[in-house]
Design a binder for this molecule. Structure first.
Ligand code: SAH
Ligand code: SF4
Length: 360
């Protein structure tokens, strides 16, 4: 089997080149071809010696997941369905804005955590994506969207908010993050790369040490009783532990706040009392809030909060001096909004949270 070079971060690629008897700078040269030029054909890498190109063509490849479908929304949002083999597909979404282009990418086929309001969770867990499958989403989107007038790729920001829990696919996620940050890779600043987590406390500590990028934490409830239901992994890592981990993360984070995501569910977590409780809960954590109006999908009984409820909720947070934005729902017409990414997952076996508790 040829080695897929998209599976290697800079260090691993240098190691592979050493095995081939090649110098480390050759590995960096190759990375610039792959990520800066978006090239996947060794033959086109003209400043690399023909002998090395031949060797690579024999032993290696640059292979991104096959695209099964592309959908374009009226608002410019684009969604790609990527085939990751054995009947599994994941989704990546591009969201153009005036000053930036954001790509939302997936980290797992399905998700084991089964949050009550999430379409990915409803499918169960299938498997972790490889580094190549994670970075391949960015490679593919850049390839499709091309560069702007200044010669930069259209994608300026990456958020790991697609399918799956990135911190439960830790090693592959970190290698992919490193490729995004590496000067010979995409060269994105740490502030422009965001990992979203449902709150896997030990992995948050590891991320802080190994690759601190901007962090978004899916809070969704102001107390343990409600969060246990909405985000079941809360039973393992309750709010007190989660908020302490957020504070520790800030010691090394590229931004001086944590973004808390809060899905607005009609009559469930959206009252003014909930908002006041939330203000008390996060008192000691420098943070911003992102309120996400719930995005419905076929198998759900939840409903989106009414706009006036969202406004009142936001007012309470703002009065407590917490910067709060309400997320605009983009790509509604192509089911590309947060939590609607369904992809296609063959094996619907659910690892229950109980099992997860045993494993971690
Ligand atoms: N597993 C990670 C990242 C992927 S989910 C996490 O949970 O943070 C990205 C965001 O979408 C999370 O905040 C998640 O709670 C939210 N989300 C999931 N389902 C949603 C839905 N139906 N409507 C709105 N947001 C949703
Ligand atoms: Fe998994 Fe995130 Fe969906 Fe929860 S919200 S089931 S952690 S993808």
């Amino acid at each position: 089997m040829p080695k897929n070079l998209l599976d290697f971060d800079a260090q691993a690629l240098a190691g592979y080149f050493a095995e081939l008897g090649e110098k480390p700078f050759r590995a960096r040269q190759l990375m610039r071809w792959i990520y800066k030029a978006g090239e996947s054909d060794f033959a086109a890498m003209t400043d690399i010696a023909a002998s090395l190109r031949n060797k690579l063509a024999q032993h290696a490849c640059i292979s991104v997941p096959t695209i099964m479908r592309e959908e374009l929304s009226d608002d410019g949002t684009r969604k790609w369905l990527l085939d990751v083999g054995t009947g599994n597909a994941v989704e990546a979404v591009y969201i153009p804005e005036e000053t930036r282009g954001t790509l939302c990418i997936s980290s797992q086929a399905g998700c084991a955590l089964d949050c009550a309001f999430c379409s990915t969770g409803k499918q169960g867990f299938n498997r972790n994506l490889s580094v190549a499958e994670i970075i391949g989403q960015l490679w593919w989107a850049n390839h499709q969207l091309g560069k702007n007038a200044e010669g930069n790729w259209a994608i300026s920001n990456v958020v790991m908010m697609g399918m799956g829990e990135p911190l439960l696919n830790f090693d592959n996620t970190v290698s992919a993050l490193r490729l995004m940050l590496d000067d010979h890779g995409y060269g994105l600043s740490r502030r422009r790369v965001t990992v979203s987590t449902s709150g896997i406390v030990p992995a948050m500590d590891r991320l802080r040490e190994e690759c601190p990028v901007a962090l978004a934490v899916s809070l969704h409830a102001p107390n343990d009783a409600l969060r246990d239901v909405l985000v079941p992994v809360n039973q393992k890592y309750p709010l007190k532990q989660l908020l302490a981990a957020c504070q520790r993360y800030l010691e090394k984070a590229p931004r001086d706040f944590i973004t808390f995501e809060y899905v607005m569910l009609d009559g469930v977590n959206d009252s003014v009392q909930h908002a006041h409780e939330l203000v008390r809960l996060v008192r000691d954590v420098p943070c911003k809030f992102n309120l996400i109006p719930f995005n419905p999908f076929p198998q759900t009984h939840y409903q989106r909060s009414r706009p006036d409820a969202i406004q009142r909720f936001r007012d309470v947070l703002m009065q407590a001096d917490i910067v709060t934005t309400t997320r605009k729902t983009r790509g509604d017409d192509i089911a590309a909004a947060c939590g609607q990414l369904a992809g296609q997952v063959q094996d619907k076996t659910k690892r229950t949270v109980r099992k997860l508790v045993e494993v971690h």
